[in-house]
Design a protein around this ligand. Structure first.
Ligand code: PAF
Length: 280
C-alpha cells in the first residue's frame, strides 16, 4: 500500500491511473478502523480498480471539543488493517494539507441539517460538507463508499455532491454489527466493560421498537424506547425518531406503503452512540 501525506502528490498519481482508464474507489474515514471500515474497502475493491482510503480526524465537524480530543487515534493498527485488506493507497494528511486556509464555506443542507444529528450537533454537517468536498475534489473518485450507520450523513453527502455538480457516485454500504448486534463504531472502544454491556440494549430495543410501531404505532414505540432507556443506569436518550427512509421527514404515523427507518442517538456514560434500523 502506498501512503501519501500530500494531496498534490496523490493527485499526480491519480491522474496517471485515470489516463490508463482505471476507476477509483474512495473510502473516507477518521481512522480508528474496525471491520465496518474494512467492509467498505472490500466493497470498493469489488467495484473499482484502485481503492484509496483517507484517514483524517476532521476538526471542523466536531461540535464538542472534548469529543475531538478523545476521538480514538490508532494509526499503526489502521495502516496494518488497510494493508491486509488490500487497500491500494492511503491518504493520511496533516491539517494544513486539507485546510491550507480556514474553510469559511457555509453549505445549505436545508431540512436535513435541522433534524436529528443536525439539530443536536450544530455545525457538524457543515464540517462534513467541507472536508468531503475537499477530498472528493482532490481524489475525484468514480465512487465513494460510506457506512449506513451514519444514515443522515449519507443523505447530506448525496446532497453535497448534487449541489456541487460532482461526478462521484455515492454508495451507501450496510451497517456491520458486533455479535450482540451493537453497530460497529470507532467510539465503541471508549465504552468501559459495564457500558459495553449496556450498549447491547440499543439494537435489541430498536428491533422491538420496529415491531411495536408496526403493530401499535409510533407513539407506542417511543414510549417503549423511553421505558427501556429509563431502566439502564448509564444510558440517556438524545433522540428516537421514525422517519421517511428517503427524505428523513419525521413520521408520526406508520404506513406500510411508506419506506421508513427508525433512528436513535443515546449517551452511554459519556459516549454518544447512534444507530438505525430499516422498518420495512
Ligand atoms: O463518517 C466519517 O468517518 C466522517 O464523517 C467522514 C465522512 C470521514 C468525514 O470526515
Amino acid at each position: 500500500m502506498l501512503v501519501f501525506n500530500k494531496i498534490k502528490e496523490l493527485e499526480e498519481l491519480i491522474s496517471l491511473e485515470k489516463q490508463k482508464g482505471r476507476t477509483i474507489g474512495f473510502v473516507p474515514t477518521m481512522g480508528a478502523l474496525h471491520l465496518g471500515h474494512i467492509s467498505l474497502i472490500e466493497t470498493s475493491k469489488k467495484q473499482t480498480d484502485i481503492t484509496i482510503c483517507s484517514i483524517f480526524v476532521n476538526p471542523n465537524q466536531f461540535n464538542n471539543s472534548s469529543d475531538l480530543l478523545h476521538y480514538p487515534r490508532t494509526p499503526e493498527n489502521d495502516i496494518k488493517l488497510l494493508d491486509e485488506a488490500g487497500c491500494t493507497i492511503l491518504y493520511m494528511p496533516e491539517i494544513k494539507d486539507v485546510y491550507p486556509e480556514k474553510d469559511v464555506r457555509v453549505f445549505n443542507f436545508g431540512f436535513l441539517d435541522s433534524i436529528l444529528e443536525g439539530a443536536h450537533r450544530p455545525g457538524h454537517f457543515n464540517g462534513v460538507g467541507q472536508v468531503v468536498s475537499i477530498l472528493l475534489d482532490g481524489i475525484k473518485p468514480n465512487k465513494a463508499f460510506f457506512g449506513s450507520k451514519d444514515y443522515q450523513q449519507v443523505l447530506v453527502v448525496k446532497s453535497l455532491v448534487k449541489q456541487l455538480g460532482l461526478l462521484t457516485e455515492i454508495i451507501a454500504c450496510p451497517i456491520l454489527r458486533e455479535s450482540d448486534g451493537l453497530a460497529m463504531s470507532s467510539r465503541n472502544v471508549r465504552l468501559n466493560e459495564q457500558e459495553r454491556l449496556e450498549a447491547a440494549a440499543i439494537p435489541e430495543m430498536m428491533k422491538l421498537g420496529n415491531q411495536i410501531l408496526k403493530l401499535y404505532g409510533i407513539a407506542e414505540a417511543k414510549k417503549y424506547i423511553l421505558s427501556v432507556v429509563a431502566t439502564i443506569p448509564n444510558m440517556k436518550l438524545e433522540y428516537y425518531e421514525v422517519c421517511d427512509a428517503e427524505t428523513l421527514g419525521i413520521l408520526t404515523e406508520f404506513s406500510p406503503k411508506q419506506k421508513a427507518v427508525s433512528l436513535i442517538a443515546v449517551f452511554v456514560g459519556n459516549i454518544r452512540l447512534i444507530d438505525n434500523w430499516m422498518v420495512n
